[in-house]
Design a protein around this ligand. Structure first.
Ligand code: PMP
Ligand code: GLN
Length: 385
């Protein structure tokens, strides 16, 4: 193939391949146990696959309506109303997306103008900043500090101004495994009161909150729901990250704009999977049971590492566990996870990847969405260090 005949100026000069792809590839190349990229190593129930096969055989194989199949939007609307108390109109205020990544990107593309400021909390999930930059938005960073990674509301207040268009919130939070409290929500409501700021709420781990604590969705508070684009993902909830199906719920003025972009960057999401998910959602136990399911894995993982030389930080939600490793080796976090993957046979994510300046707090992230056998074998290797 000949070279492209002119210089290509990158729209994203600072961006390389995502850390999740890099670490999963390294884990594969080394035959390591992959606790890096966040996905389960076990399958969903057969019943879900049967529903997909049913709808495929029933001829549901052409384009779904642009906003998603009615049955699924209805099921999402019912769930949000029951759990969080806000009734979104299934027709106008809910859209099914090709995963949360597309939902987040589309929301930013639809609502952020060049020169607008967008506040993110750092360490920050890696897809937000490039999406903002592609729209010509200006990223403003609030810092979440170890070990509890709580938002500092004075710092956030100082970042807000007349150009602030959006605040991106992620709770439960990837990578820190922290959750926002009702006080955090009240602070956010106070700070945004009387402004035109949009809250983009990444709630993909909404059903993975531990120790009996409730998830503080934006949809729980009218003062926040009215300005929020709430995003979730079926990949996390039903152990099917590879299906890439999620949804967005927002007031209709925001959703109208969202759909203007959505219709041209995906148009619609695959039909039989949407219909299958609508059937599957009928049993609320399937998502309500997720917290206990993952809490058992968290507890097993933490107990198995309690005697190790890793220092475990709290894990209050998500399927991630942060750990300090200084007692094992004095290395930068990227060098440490490479060594861990190659020499110990366990892959993890360096948390510096979630900082713009590559700030290295010598903390790494493990994913415990794995079978007991996988977790036990990984922990045996980690305990030997
Ligand atoms: N946001 C967060 C915080 C995530 O952890 C992930 C995926 N791991 C996503 C968004 C993307 O979700 P999806 O796979 O549905 O695009
Ligand atoms: N969000 C997942 C994680 O944090 C990975 C998704 C991806 O690879 N983009 O590991």
């Amino acid at each position: 193939m000949p070279n492209f005949p002119a210089p290509v100026e990158s729209r994203l000069p600072a961006v390389g391949t995502t850390i999740f792809t890099v670490m999963s590839a390294l884990a594969g190349a080394c035959g390591a146990i992959n606790l890096s990229q966040g996905y389960p190593d076990f399958d969903a129930e057969d019943e879900l696959f049967e529903r997909v096969a049913h709808w495929m055989r029933a001829g549901a194989n052409q384009y779904a309506p642009m906003a998603g199949v009615a049955a699924l939007r209805g099921a999402i609307s019912d769930k949000l109303a029951t759990l969080y108390g806000t009734r979104y109109d299934a027709e106008r205020e809910i859209t099914v997306t090709a995963g949360a990544t597309q939902a987040l990107f589309t929301a930013i593309a639809a609502l952020v103008w060049p020169g607008d400021e967008v506040v993110v909390f750092e360490p920050v999930y890696d897809s937000y900043v490039p999406a903002i930059q592609l729209q010509g938005g200006i990223v403003r960073r609030a810092r979440l500090r170890a070990p509890d990674y709580r938002p500092d509301w004075e710092e956030v207040a100082a970042l807000l101004g007349p150009r602030t268009r959006m605040i991106i919130v992620n709770t439960p939070h990837n990578p820190t495994a922290t959750i926002w409290t009702a006080e955090d929500m009240a602070a956010l409501a106070r700070l945004t009161d009387g402004t035109g700021i949009v809250v983009l709420a990444d709630e993909v781990y909404e059903h993975i909150v531990f120790d009996g604590v409730r998830h503080e969705s934006m949809a729980r508070r009218p003062a926040l729901a009215e300005r929020s684009v709430v995003v979730s993902s079926f990949g996390k909830t039903y152990h099917v990250t590879g299906w890439k199906v999620g949804f967005v719920a927002a007031p209709r003025q925001l959703m109208d704009e969202f759909r203007k972009v959505h219709q041209f960057n995906v148009f619609t999401v695959n039909t039989p999977v949407q219909l299958a998910l609508a059937d599957y959602m009928a049993d609320a136990g399937r998502y309500l049971g997720l917290a206990a399911f993952y809490q058992a894995k968290r507890d097993r993982f933490r107990a198995a590492l309690a005697e190790s030389r890793f220092e475990l930080l709290p894990s209050r939600g998500t399927y991630f566990q942060l750990a300090r490793y200084r007692a094992i080796r004095e290395l930068p976090d990227r060098a440490f996870v490479e060594w861990l993957t190659r020499e110990v046979g366990v892959a993890a994510i360096p948390v510096s990847a979630f900082f713009d300046d590559g700030r290295d707090e010598q903390v790494i992230r493990f994913c415990f969405a794995k079978s007991e056998a996988t977790l036990d074998e990984a922990c045996a290797r980690l305990r030997a260090l």
